[in-house]
Design a protein around this ligand. Structure first.
Ligand SMILES: [Zn+2]
Length: 168
């Protein structure tokens, strides 16, 4: 892995984690301070307003989305992943430092097949899948290549590893 890969990877991790921390904090704070938060803008309302605007001006949104998608392939993936976490209501969060340490720990290789990872191929794997009660804490996180993450799907790390071993 060269230096520019490394720094791009760090950038991507920063984006993912910052958004994750921000969302979780906001939600937590809002839930425990509902009374005092009169000025708080409910994200659901903001989304609703955005939806209405897009309905009235479909051409603006389409063009902007296409341009953004073309310029930000990595960000788009990160956002999709975030959306998935949000939908799962995953418990826990990890920091950028923890994620970077994890990547170093695995020597920037897939936790399962051992292939080398870069910013385009690395994915965040939940060793015990969120759908099976796994958390979003770093203890449950490992770097994985897209192929393994996809094949592993709702299996635990242990189940997937024994499947890999038996297929050799
Ligand atoms: Zn792999």
């Amino acid at each position: 892995m060269n230096d520019s890969d490394d720094s791009f990877l760090r950038c991507l991790s920063i984006l993912i984690i910052r958004r994750m921390i921000k969302n979780a904090r906001q939600k937590e704070y809002y839930n425990s301070h509902k009374e005092q938060c009169k000025g708080y803008v409910d994200p659901e309302k903001t989304r609703e307003r955005g939806r209405r605007y897009r309905q009235r001006h479909p051409e603006v949104g389409r063009e902007r989305t296409n341009r953004w998608r073309k310029n930000n392939p990595g960000k788009l993936r990160a956002l999709k992943k975030q959306r998935r976490y949000r939908d799962c209501n995953a418990i826990g969060r990890f920091t950028l430092e923890e994620w970077n340490t994890k990547l170093e720990e695995y020597n920037y290789r897939c936790a399962y097949c051992g292939c080398e990872l870069n910013s385009d191929t690395v994915t965040i794997d939940h060793q015990i899948p969120l759908s099976r009660g796994g958390t979003n804490y770093i203890e449950n996180i490992a770097p994985a290549c897209k192929i393994c993450n996809c094949k592993k799907y709702t299996k635990t790390a242990e189940e997937y590893l024994s499947e890999l071993e038996s297929s050799i």
